[in-house]
Design a protein. Sequence first.
Lengths: 548, 122
Amino acid sequence: MSVLAQGGVEGSSPLLNISIFAIFVVITLAIVIRVSKKASSGASDFYTAGGGFSGPQNGIAISGDYLSAASFLGIAGAIALYGYDGFLYSVGFLVAWLVALLLVAELLRNTGRYTMGDVLAFRMRQRPVRAAAATSTLAVSFFYLLAQMAGAGGLVALLLDVKSKTGQSIVIAVVGALMIAYVLIGGMRGTTWVQIIKAVLLIVGAGVMTLWVLALFGFNLSALMGDAVAHVGSAGEKLLSPGAQYGKSGITRLDFISLGLALVLGTAGLPHILMRFYTVPTAKEARRSVTWAIWLIGIFYLFTLVLGYGAGALVGPDAIKKAPGAANSAAPLLAYELGGTVLLGLIAAVAFATILAVVAGLTITASASFAHDIYINVIKHGQVQDEQHTEVKIARRTAVVIGIVAILGGILANGQNIAFLVALAFAVAASANLPTILYSLFWKKFNTNGALWSIYGGLGITLVLIIFSPVVSGKPVDPVTGKSASMLQGVDFHWFPLDNPGLISIPASFLLGYLGTVLSKDKANADKYAEMEVRSLTGVGVEKAVQH
Amino acid sequence: MSTTESPPPAGESPAGGTTAHPDWTTVQQSTEFQALRHRLRRFVFPLTAAFLVWYLLYVVLASYAPGFMAIKLAGNITVGLVFGLLQFVSTFAITTWYVKWADKKFDPHSEAIRKEIEGAGR
């Protein structure tokens, strides 16, 4: 077999892996520097590339932003180990896009300019709602960043054969520094191009591997799955039907529903995805972006189905479990099995690029939210000398701070389950952001108080339920490894039975938004609602992407 | 620039040129706009409800009827796999349907109202 129990993947050449990755970095940095020369210095350019991207370009960039390490490494690994249950992630992550397409993307494009806060605060009292929107943006981005950085650490262990924690920490720091460089030099324009390049590499790479795997099985999916089943022995049949991971008890079944709900409602509340809709000039282009993104993301997830079962069949679940990085190493191991050292190196570089591009997108979103919502509108009351210049200056500084926080957080989170951290970000987005966005866009009576209740309430409930869930403490100790699957070992203070809080926190947050609105003496601002509605449906007054 | 009471409206950049605000409430109350709003909601709300129910049906079946999902249709292809793949098909189909609808049945009306407002604002 191709795998050792310890250390990197046998046959992997760390030097080759680093070289391919370095080539990617050099090429993308050159492109970022080139496109940044075209940019003007204003906030609009830094945050949204002046709204100058076309629908298809943005659609590819969205898929580059969305298909994170969790999608590629996480899902392929989950399918390889748990079969059908891993497939739910793919389905949920894809169907979620319909919420964005039908309810959010176009209306958001027409009513905001840079951040989620623009839309949420449109007809509300500015300062409290912007502060709330920025808080939840930062929270979601932070969890998502942690997941990506933790993924970078694990990937390094696997591919570069860096086993010491110090060595891995250094690599996480390098990834963080690179991402700060992309954001500072290129702003949204540069970040978008990195995402476009990465999306193309990732989808082509996964596509080649998929065809390769299918060709080995005579393009017969059934035969491929049969082989994956045979690899496991008598228990293998479980891979073909639901329940291998979530079918154990009533609680895990509920958990599966909870996860499904968070996945499908989270996407349209992810701030870094919402911000991408501002990089196109019109609602029609936003619609085209989402259409492109749905096709690309859907096709990619179909690939992961084949890759997951392919890894199960060709590498085998035991080998995957023993490899460093466990489930996350399924796709790289499959690459080695297929194309040897070179394909492994290429796929490794693509996985790195994936992390880098997603992290850059998150950083620019979080820094925009801080500079635009908190600094300019909350701290300075919107009264700043030379607003454009100041705003970009603050955003750049914030990007550096966020980069450093992400590096430190990533070093601490190194070894945590990536998919879990991402699911956490989705739960917060689905609970705190989506209800508030939908009420803002569609419910006339919604007011400031309601917005604050649904954002802070949703965020608070989600965090509390996570802290007191089995994810953080109290999962039984695995007799094989001698470790609990929880984040903390040796303590148990959990009282909430589900891993994912979505089932409770999402309805609760919708309810809070409703109660906060009807119980408050605030009256909704009817004139602003009229303006928001007319703008959102007709696109009147949308800032044109003119090159001044 | 923006004050605490008014958010930075997108159209007020110096280059935008829409100095006079249209009367938003009048536009909102107009029959044309009400019809446009009704048209959008009548299309997207039922469709959203439909795909969410369809998706939740899939999740609930996967969780509570694994036996049904495990029925093999051909070779190792199970009901559950086909169900999951149908979610992909329905997502692609709804996307295509919505874009066609929006291009043909929504945009022309929306554009007409926008031109009217922008014409009056000058």
